[in-house]
Design a protein around this ligand. Structure first.
Ligand code: SAH
Length: 216
């Protein structure tokens, strides 16, 4: 661990992460860049991996789950085209890092996680860090979160075999759903609800843990 948890050192590593992993790869939305400069990613990884927090890689967070690679978080957030008045739904809270990044840009983030221990640990973290516009719920995100629908955007951080219809139903017109789809070869897709129907746009190949039905 860096000496005295040296905040300046982590700030430096975070600036380098944003410069070389995010901006250098073409993420240009200033809101995304600013949010990733602000959120202390090292607080969202297990203590023993803290010095890898700003590396160009996903990291294990326990229960067979991972915190996504920083670039993937940046890309998914940019594809979502978030605005300051938005209410966003995330499926797959994991570490809570993606929620925290979104919370810097939008009005409200609802995040659904199926593993209770993971949800509780993420919740504790976001409370400690003072992110008041994030609400974490335990449940099966495959059916979305009807209670607060429709959303200005939905982001799914686990891979589905096909796009869950409830998530498309819970989008506002003009809103995007960002989701990895596939089994062995996965691809990130952006679905957009328009007056004429659903538009579908491919993005890059990715590797996510699977979206699993039922809670534990
Ligand atoms: N967004 C996270 C990374 C998530 S990893 C981050 O920033 O760290 C994927 C998460 O999705 C895991 O925690 C997994 O438990 C959760 N998950 C898998 N299937 C799910 C489902 N059906 N509903 C809700 N969460 C699910």
């Amino acid at each position: 661990m860096l000496e005295n948890n040296n905040k300046n050192e982590y700030d430096k590593l975070r600036r380098a992460m944003v410069e070389y992993q995010i901006m250098a790869r073409g993420i240009s939305d200033q809101r995304v860049i600013d949010a990733m400069l602000k959120v202390p990613r090292h607080k969202f990884v297990p203590e023993n991996l803290i010095d890898s927090a700003y590396d160009d890689t996903p990291l294990p967070i326990g229960y067979g789950q991972t915190i996504s690679q920083p670039y993937i978080v940046g890309l998914m957030t940019e594809l979502l085209e978030p605005h300051s008045d938005d209410v966003i739904l995330e499926i797959g809270t994991g570490s809570g890092y993606q929620s925290a990044v979104l919370s810097q840009i939008v009005k409200k983030v609802y995040s659904v996680e199926r593993i209770r221990e993971i949800a509780e640990s993420a919740n504790k973290k976001i409370e400690e860090l003072g992110y008041h516009n994030i609400e974490i719920l335990i449940g099966d995100g495959y059916s979305g979160l009807e209670e607060f629908a429709p959303y200005d955007g939905i982001i799914v951080t686990a891979a589905a075999n096909e796009v869950p219809q409830p998530l498309l139903n819970q989008l506002k017109e003009g809103a995007h759903l960002i989701i990895p789809i596939g089994n062995f070869g996965q691809r990130l897709w952006r679905f957009t609800k328009t007056a004429e129907g659903i538009e579908k746009q491919p993005s890059i190949g990715v590797r996510f843990v699977p979206l699993v039905p039922e809670t534990v």
